[in-house]
Ligand binder design. Structure first.
Ligand SMILES: [Zn+2]
Ligand SMILES: [Zn+2]
Length: 178
């Protein structure tokens, strides 16, 4: 394993669920070949709610997370249950700093059309957003987790793993990124 750990943090309004966060952690650790842990951040974000939209600014959450990133963590991904937006879109499932240290994913819209859990969708979106933090861009390879996914059908249609091309890109980017 390369060094430079990844931290998964629940930052939602409701209570975090280990049955959700543990499998997310496990999958991230395997996919990015980095030690990954669930970290309980003691506070909750403030100042990210847009009162008119009743949604939270994903960019604001990225800034908030970045200010709290543990010193030994190369990346921190926040998982939340609040609805996220960026100004040009009605909503986003998540956002990441391209080539940056932080990512955020929301469960809020992932349950659409599903009576039972949406864990598989959450795992895919977490890997996708973390991929962006390592400089990966959207990929046209069918099934690749870095495929663009503007709706849940597109999430369901893709896999949870990097395709060989994205994996090679990740490994190269990762070498200089500890
Ligand atoms: Zn993306
Ligand atoms: Zn790919």
């Amino acid at each position: 394993m390369v060094s430079g750990s990844i931290v998964v943090s629940w930052i939602g309004e409701g209570a975090g669920d280990a049955r959700v966060l543990d499998p997310v952690r496990t999958h991230i650790e395997r996919e990015f070949e980095r030690p990954t842990r669930v970290w309980s951040v003691p506070e909750r974000p403030t100042g990210t709610l847009d009162e008119r939209r009743r949604q939270h600014s994903s960019r604001g959450l990225l800034v908030w997370l970045g200010e709290r990133r543990p010193a030994d963590a190369a990346r921190v991904i926040g998982v939340t249950d609040v609805d996220l937006f960026i100004p040009i879109l009605t909503f986003v499932f998540g956002e990441a700093q391209l080539d940056g240290a932080t990512a955020v994913v929301s469960t809020h819209r992932l349950a659409e059309g599903r009576a039972s859990g949406s864990l598989a969708r959450l795992i895919k979106e977490c890997v996708h957003e973390l991929g962006h933090t390592f400089g990966l861009v959207h990929c046209g390879t069918p099934g690749c987790v870095m495929s663009r996914s503007p709706n849940v059908r597109a999430i369901d249609a893709k896999g949870a793993r990097l395709c060989p091309v994205c994996r090679d890109r990740y490994r190269i980017a990762s070498q200089g990124d500890l």
